[in-house]
Design a protein around this ligand. Structure first.
Ligand code: GRF
Length: 212
């Protein structure tokens, strides 16, 4: 299975995918493209070090959003991925891309959807709101991307207990380490091996009850 990974920042989730392919915990998968809207994203350096084709194109380089959206679709089509992975991608994925890759785009979100998600909930903001609300558990979610924001069918989730001395930064790091970097590679491996299918607004995974 060929995957295109879309990034905007540090790329630790991309690195987790690269490492999981290298150590065999993701099988039957190769990264055919890394795309970033941010030419300064450290994720691009990670791709280069791993010998993966990387493309950086910012919406600012285009006269209109529509022209950026069409360029993004073409960048993906040229790479011919079977699966598109949003790994810390802060660009709104246009409907023309979502339609082209129906149920073939997955996203990692740093909370237990449907809590603390949707417009405005990204990066550190998610963890600030979690601590503000005083919940005892958060975590991460991998879901298929549909036309909404963080509203597609849920594939995997992993809880992380919150400590009373947590800051947003400490919580973000723990959720990355204990949840994101585990369930994103796992979801990719399951999809790559034909174990995942969407039924209505739900995901069915072969052997799910024995995974964790
Ligand atoms: C992660 O917290 C991810 O959940 C969110 O954006 C952050 C990206 O981190 N979508 P990285 O670029 O993968 O290090």
């Amino acid at each position: 299975m060929k995957i295109a990974v879309l990034v905007s920042g540090g790329g630790t989730n991309l690195q987790a995918i690269i490492d999981a392919i290298a150590d065999g915990s993701i099988t039957n998968t190769e990264i055919c493209l890394v795309y970033s809207n941010n030419p300064n994203a450290y994720a691009l350096e990670r791709a280069e070090k791993a010998g993966i084709k990387a493309v950086a194109k910012s919406p600012k380089e285009f006269p209109s959003r529509q022209e950026f959206n069409e360029a993004l679709l073409q960048i993906l089509k040229d790479a011919e991925p079977d699966l598109v992975v949003l790994a810390g991608c802060l660009v709104v994925i246009p409907d023309i891309v979502v339609r082209e890759y129906q149920n073939r785009i997955i996203n990692i979100h740093p909370s237990l959807i449907p809590s603390f998600c949707g417009t405005g909930f990204y990066g550190l903001k998610v963890h600030e709101k979690v601590l503000e609300r005083g919940v005892r558990v958060s975590g991460a979610t991998v879901h298929f991307v549909d036309e909404g924001t963080d509203t597609g069918p849920i594939i995997l989730q992993k809880p992380v207990m919150i400590r009373q001395d947590d800051t947003p930064e400490v919580l973000q790091r723990r959720i990355m380490e204990q949840a994101e970097w585990k369930i994103l590679p796992k979801a990719i491996d399951l999809i790559a091996n034909g174990k995942v299918r969407v039924e209505g607004n739900k995901v069915v995974i072969d052997g799910y009850d024995d995974i964790f």
